[in-house]
Design a protein around this ligand. Structure first.
Ligand code: ADP
Length: 277
């Protein structure tokens, strides 16, 4: 698999993973594979929608410029967007801050049949909050367990979860920030805070390592996605999503066949009643 799948708690060292990895593929090959995976992803999504037994929650986290918006556009965009909702989580509003940290998150989780995409997520509450001391340590420390329990709750309600950490190198981030500055068309993407956040690189590394290490579970795995090459990042995310959904294919097909058979019987009954009446 192109991304590294973490599915149990443990120690994570991000320096063990190469952000520039591209599995010896060329960009054109990667794009071809992405198109194939995209077709399978869309087919799996349609089955999930039809079967109506599960929802899919996709979480994207990563440093500034790691490509959260890009991957949503290029990979989630391969699905039927009518069945998808994207939620971007920003600095909490006053109302949000007056609730527990999962309140606004829970409200945006997908209903059965749907795909919910999080552009940033509840993980900000153990990332930016930790790095900038926005809450006392006792508060953010307790959140890892809250997150684990919350994701168990979602699993028990039929939500399939896939969480992606878009892994970029410090050099690549610098290039992307400079490109944003240089290109008027990209300037809107640059916020003055981005350079400042870069100054906290190592603190974020530590915070990410803990978030990934403490909150990886079989039902809510983290995928570390090499993201210095945008095309490879897209391919790795698409592949991970397909592999996440594939195991459900047979179950969904059986469900659809059962629903189809029930509908057929009901239709036949209606027809024969209409004919005799
Ligand atoms: P983005 O960078 O995602 O394109 P913005 O520039 O509006 O969008 O950034 C959103 C900001 O909101 C980020 O700096 C992020 O760290 C912050 N944020 C998100 N969730 C929280 C949170 N729970 N507490 C504090 N800040 C948060």
């Amino acid at each position: 698999m192109y991304a590294k799948r973490l599915d149990k708690p443990g120690k994570v060292k991000l320096s063990d993973y190469d952000p520039g990895e591209h599995a010896k593929l060329k960009k054109e090959q990667g794009e071809e594979k992405l198109a194939e995976l995209g077709a399978e992803l869309a087919a799996l999504q349609e089955l999930m929608y039809g079967a109506g037994q599960h929802a899919l929650l996709v979480v994207f986290q990563g440093r500034d410029t790691s490509g959260k918006d890009g991957v949503i556009n290029k990979v989630i965009g391969l699905m039927n967007t009518m069945g998808c909702s994207v939620s971007s989580f920003k600095v909490p509003t006053e109302l949000e801050r007056d609730h527990d940290f999962l309140w606004r998150i829970h409200a945006r989780t997908p209903a059965k049949g749907e795909v919910g995409v999080f552009n940033r997520s509840h993980y900000e509450d153990v990332l930016v909050v930790r790095v900038h001391n926005l809450m006392p340590e006792s508060v953010w420390r307790a959140r890892y367990a809250h997150i684990v329990h919350f994701e168990e709750l979602l699993r028990d309600a039929g939500v399939i979860i896939a969480k992606f950490y878009l892994h970029i190198s410090k050099d690549e981030q610098e290039k992307r920030l400079l490109a944003r500055e240089a290109e008027p068309k990209k300037a809107w993407k640059l916020s003055p805070g981005d350079w400042k956040e870069r100054g906290y690189w190592d603190d974020y590394t530590q915070a990410y390592e803990d978030a990934l290490g403490k909150c990886a579970a079989p039902h809510a795995p983290w995928f570390i996605v090499p993201s210095d090459h945008k095309w490879f990042r897209n391919l790795a995310v698409a592949e991970a999503l397909v592999e996440t959904l594939r195991p459900y294919r047979a179950e969904w097909e059986a469900r659809l066949a059962a629903v189809g058979a029930e509908q057929k019987t009901a239709l036949q009954k209606m027809r024969s009643e209409a004919a005799s009446g």
